[in-house]
Design a binder for this molecule. Structure first.
Ligand code: SAH
Length: 367
């Protein structure tokens, strides 16, 4: 197996052995992060010899893209890890309708990448397909960053340059793919360092990175302690302990009361608002009395609620709420000034939406 080029120590050793001047290392990182190249052969600001030598020892992306499918709003990529596991990432294209555009085209506004943090997931939430795969292992820092580097190169090939001549690339990263990011804390943290870094990094804005968690309290405590400046989303899905217990086994280890307490600490320490994810499952989470309970829980808090229409799939016997019920739920929450969005289920068609990752594997195994 080749070494990851993001291993700064190994690259230093290589530089010494090959008597490279320090600016060459900068150039290499420039080629990766700014020019969005993942193949050394394409890094034409480097000499042919250097490209060949790098290629012998290093790889930029430590995952192998196995299969890609796409539609107008998303691209789903299956990666194989060096030890033969499959993980997935989904690129989501947000377009803005341009009224004055002659061809009535929708302009590409921003691009989000949904990344995986683990192979499988140990949470066992009853509504989630990924959970049914079980848990295999944590992804390394470089496997997490690799998903972004691959996506950037893919997007460059697909869209080229923007109006201001900079390349199109991933602007937002959400840890909403496979896995529970706060159970892979150190690698997630290190991957975020690379995402935020200007030098030898992706230069993403901290406001454009979101960690989503099922509610791992020690992990949230650590986020506070380390002052990780990115956005935090909580997969809440239920406003009371009994219902949450039913949906998410993890709720039994980390109670709603304790979760709310640590989230208050988080808001106090970071002054960041919290994004609450709430799945709308028919006759289960979508009742008006639950909306009122949620309202009471969030009253006066720095919170935003994302209502996520439940994505159905044959592996799980739950149904999505109808539109009118979701609107009604939203209205109740808004009564006291809580901001609410009903998420459009981007990528749903090709099973790339939340909780759908791993779907093919499940259906295959069951057939
Ligand atoms: N383990 C983390 C990261 C996964 S994020 C977490 O729980 O937050 C994936 C998001 O999609 C979570 O909010 C999850 O609860 C939600 N989700 C899972 N299955 C879903 C489904 N079938 N339909 C809609 N959302 C789902």
């Amino acid at each position: 197996m080749k070494t990851s080029i993001l291993d700064a120590g190994k690259l230093q050793t290589f530089a010494k052995e090959h008597k490279l001047q320090p600016f060459r290392i900068k150039q290499i990182y420039q080629e990766i992060f700014k020019n969005q190249n993942i193949n050394f052969a394409d890094m034409t600001t480097l000499s042919k010899d250097l490209r060949d030598d790098l290629d012998k020892d290093f790889s930029v992306v430590t995952l192998q893209a196995d299969k890609i499918i796409e539609d107008k709003i998303s691209t789903k990529i299956w990666f194989q890890t060096h030890d033969g596991h499959m993980i997935e990432a989904v690129i989501l294209y947000h377009r803005q309708h341009e009224k004055y555009n002659k061809n009535d085209q929708e302009k590409l506004n921003r691009i989000t990448l949904c990344v995986s943090s683990q192979v499988g997931c140990p949470m066992w939430c009853i509504f989630c397909v990924t959970g049914k795969l079980g848990f295999k292992r944590n992804l390394t820092r470089d496997e997490i960053v690799s998903q972004i580097l691959f996506a950037n190169q893919y997007i460059k090939q697909k869209f080229g340059k923007q109006e201001d001549w900079t390349l199109f690339g991933v602007r937002n990263v959400v840890f909403m793919g496979m896995g529970e990011p706060l159970l892979n804390y150190e690698n997630v943290k290190k991957s975020i360092e690379i995402m935020l870094r200007q030098e030898a990094g992706l230069s993403l804005s901290r406001r454009h990175i979101t960690i989503s968690t099922a509610g791992i309290i020690p992990g949230i405590r650590q986020l506070i302690k380390d002052e990780i400046p990115v956005k935090l989303a909580i997969s809440l899905h239920a406003p009371n302990q009994a219902l949450r217990d039913k949906l998410m086994p993890i709720a039994k280890s980390y109670s709603l009361e304790a979760l709310n307490k640590v989230l208050s600490e988080y808001v106090r320490a970071s002054d960041n608002r919290i994004f609450y994810e709430y799945i709308m499952i028919k006759n289960m989470t979508d009742k008006p009395e639950l909306a009122n309970e949620l309202l009471a829980m969030l009253k006066g808090k720095l919170a935003h609620v994302n209502l996520i229409p439940y994505n159905t799939n044959p592996a799980i016997e739950l149904k999505e709420s109808d539109d009118a019920t979701m609107q009604e739920f939203k209205k109740i929450l808004e009564k006291w000034g809580i901001t609410v969005t009903i998420r459009d289920s981007m990528g749903r068609e090709m099973k790339g939406a939340c909780g759908q990752l791993g779907y093919e594997k499940i259906t295959k195994e069951e057939n």
